[in-house]
Design a protein around this ligand. Sequence first.
Ligand code: FUB
Length: 326
Amino acid sequence: MEATTTAPQTTTGPLVDDIYTADPSGHVWDGTLYVYPSHDIPTDVPADRDGGQYAMTDYHVLSLAEPTARAADHGVALALADVPWASKQLWAPDAARKGGTYFLYFPARDKKGAFRIGVATSSSPTGPFTADPRPIAGSYSIDPAVFTDDDGATYMYFGGLIGGELQRYRDDKPLGRDDYPADDAPALGARVVRLSDDLHHFAEPTREVVVLDEHGKPLTAGDDRAFFEGSWMSKREGTYYFMWSTGPSHHLAYATGSSPYGPFAYRGIVLDPVDGWTTHGSMVEFDDQWYLLYHSARKSGQDNLRDVLMAPLEFEADGSIRTITP
Ligand code: FUB
């Protein structure tokens, strides 16, 4: 579909208003900001603990030529019907580029109802994308975020609790049941894995992303700063910034480290709670300014009908991030 311009992009209003969008992953390629969001839709599926009301069926890619430009909605980039292994719930995606190929990573429930992560490719950053016939071998849970380091190695961060099913796995093995740690035990972290050179496979077993508190101890499961879902990795001035959603306490939090694998030291809150239950975002440098892409359900008043917004991100001299209040 041809690009169509929509509402003017501002730092206070949704990037687009022709569709609902959420879970934005931002990448700047060849001077353009591409945003890979979930595409929220109204549904009759009742809300449940597994997030059945997030019943998305396709992805659209948005782009901005410059921070103050209008965002373009490039139409359907990948549809559920074109993913051979998936049955429902196209949740938070991300993208990567290698050579002239663009990779779209996305979670969906497979035909047995379990979340897996798939990959689709295109010669254009806006698609259309062609899905691999099967999910990535060894993948599970939700919310892939893909980061390419300065040395060319690409890593995927993923995972989400409750409906996202991370609590059903330990060390990449399915437990066949939910198993949540006790409140005073170390929290379940996101997972990180290096991808193969062709970016279609995991190159190794996944590892846990460990976030340490001010005493150097892993955050505990009962700590309201602990990981819930929505991983994001950025690198700024040689420091790795891991960001995540805290779920029930409704924050985007961050921690920093010196390796893409962590461990990461907890640093603070990037974004105070938005309207709606979920919060999820990404950090991106565009035209020499860092931005936070995030979502809010303010306009619809419904948790599962969200809009993507963009706000400047300010860093202090010590590398800490000034908290944004939506
Ligand atoms: O959009 C569906 C799910 O809601 C995402 O995968 C989570 O991060 C949360 O935003």
